[in-house]
Design a protein around this ligand. Structure first.
Ligand code: CA
Length: 543
């Protein structure tokens, strides 16, 4: 008998070839993967962005590829694109809002009439703070000029906010990335909605208070305090103004920002996101010390889950803060501090709490981390020092914290690359002794030490079958650039189901915004989710 099926079978196909009859495409590593549906790819883009690119694809190409998907989706259903942007942005599912703002600017400029209207109407929901608005203006400029729709939307952004809220925005976000409130007001040229708004606009465009006005309203009084703070000659006076008027850090002249007393004045009304960004500074100036009152206040707030979620604090923002803080020195090399253990513990706690509550599924889960070489390059959502490898470990810990029956493995490839006998005697597999009871920074250190190798995303299923391990759900954290295996991951899962008699499922947690997946879209037992989407742990538990 000639073994035709040795070369052509839908059950076992090398990853260097497409499964016959499937719509697989070549991935960036040269292997074959399934192609992600455009809407799902759009979700990946909205959540992960394209900053930093991937191991295989430059930031430039990844951005262009994703923008082309947006163009395609705008042509098919522009209003749905806008709805999706709003849903992801408003719920705070993404670590950064930039991709949502970029896509919204595309919709506003490149969409049909109904899409443009929807995009401008949605603008204040997506551009919630001054920085967002400036980013929107910058992105929109790449797709066209300041038409009527744009002017009206920007004017509305300023006019529709109550004056006090607008004053806070104008004080906090005066200029970003080559744009200022003055530029925006000059281009949009709004007619002020009220005398209060008029005075705020005048302060922005002229750079000074309107002469002769007696502080008759709260918003104007805020501006007066900002101006008084600029002129304050003693620390004592500056501190008093900040404390009484609850002014933000952005209003404080830099000479006072090295003073513990100033940070002490800022702390009681400091928003959560600012607190996260400034834990290192507050430690450096001596405000956060072991056992100090300020430390107690900061750690209590960091451990407050409801507060974290209300402020849309993203777990990745917490992880980035923790990663920098524990090192005791800034990424840019400016300044060192002695990390306070209580703050590190609180940041660790904040990471889990910022995901919100997840109801455990009680299923047996194999949490499989792709530790191949490609996972160590690039950054997740543009956060310095955070590679897909570290990010995926952190992500997996959230599921481990809720699911009792879990096991961790790291996998690369058994052959066809740099695979080898690491840990447990299994080629390309390392059993990972990590646990959510460990501190996140220790886990990251453990993950950093695991040897790298080629990529075979089928290994977790093959390994579990060989080891006779019962698994209900395989959760694979990967960039989906698989190439080194003798069978495809989807085929290995079907083999596993048959061999163990368990209708096992596969959840693929995509850690890069490419269009590839190892999950077979025609198999209802396989699911794609996005790494560092705050809803992902709940989706995994529900699947
Ligand atoms: Ca790889």
């Amino acid at each position: 008998m000639f073994k035709f099926t040795q070369y052509f079978s839908t059950k076992h196909t090398p990853q260097s070839e497409a499964i016959p009859g499937s719509k697989q495409v070549q991935n960036s590593a040269g292997g074959y993967s399934f192609e992600l549906d455009d809407w799902k790819r759009f979700d990946r883009f909205l959540i992960l962005g394209a900053d930093g690119g991937t191991y295989y694809v430059s930031e430039r190409k990844l951005t262009i590829d994703n923008a082309e998907i947006v163009v395609k989706l705008l042509a098919s259903d522009g209003v749905k694109v806008v709805d999706r942007i709003v849903a992801v942005s408003q719920s705070g599912r993404a670590p950064k809002n930039d991709a949502a703002i970029f896509a919204l600017a595309m919709a506003a400029k490149l969409g049909d009439e109904a899409t443009r209207r929807a995009a401008y109407a949605a603008m204040p929901k997506v551009c919630r703070i001054g920085t967002h608005l400036m980013h929107f203006a910058e992105y929109a400029q790449a797709f066209g000029g300041w038409g009527r729709g744009m002017r009206k939307a920007v004017a509305g952004w300023f006019n529709d906010k109550p004056a006090v809220e607008l004053a806070h925005q104008l004080i906090k976000y005066q200029a970003r990335d080559g744009w200022s409130n003055r530029d925006l007001l000059r281009l949009a040229h709004p007619r002020a909605a009220s005398p209060e708004h008029d005075r705020l606009f005048s302060w922005v465009t002229k750079g000074e208070l309107t002469a002769g006005v007696v502080a008759s309203d709260e918003s104007y009084a805020l501006l007066e305090n900002v101006e008084a703070l600029k002129k304050a000659e003693s620390l004592q006076r500056a501190v008093k103004i900040v404390r009484d008027a609850k002014l933000p850090r952005e209003a404080v002249p830099t000479q006072w920002l090295t003073e513990a007393a100033m940070w002490d004045a800022l702390l009681p009304h400091m928003p959560m996101t600012a607190m996260l960004r400034n834990v290192a500074t507050m430690t450096r100036v001596g405000l956060l010390r072991s056992g100090s009152n300020a430390t107690k206040l900061v750690t209590a707030q960091l451990r407050d889950g409801a507060r974290l979620r209300k402020a849309r604090v993203h777990p990745l923002g917490v992880l980035a803060a923790l990663n920098t803080y524990r090192k005791g020195r800034g990424v840019k090399g400016n300044g060192t501090w002695e990390p306070v253990a209580a703050v590190i513990d609180a940041l660790d706690d904040a990471f889990y709490k910022s995901f919100g509550a997840v109801t455990p599924s009680g299923k047996r889960m194999l949490l499989a981390l792709d530790v191949s070489g490609s996972m160590t390059t690039g950054t997740v959502a543009g956060i310095a020092g955070l590679t897909p490898r570290e990010a995926s470990a952190a992500m997996a810990l959230v599921t481990a914290a809720t699911e009792r029956e879990h096991e961790f493995i790291g996998f690369s490839a058994a052959s066809g690359g740099y695979g080898g006998q690491w840990g447990g005697g299994e080629p390309g597999i390392t059993r990972l002794a990590i646990s959510p009871r460990q501190r996140l920074d220790d886990v990251v250190k453990t993950i950093e030490k695991v040897p790298m190798g080629g990529t075979d995303c089928a290994l977790p299923m093959i390994w579990a079958q060989k080891q006779r391990i019962d698994v209900d759900t395989f959760v694979v954290y990967t960039d989906n650039e698989t190439w080194a295996g003798a069978v495809h991951p989807a085929q290995a899962l079907r083999d596993y189901r048959n061999a163990r008699g368990i209708p096992a499922k596969l959840v693929v947690v995509g850690m890069t915004s490419t269009g590839f997946s190892i999950a077979d879209p025609t198999d209802a037992g396989m699911l794609d989710v996005v790494g560092f989407d705050t809803s992902t742990p709940a989706v995994i538990a529900d699947f």
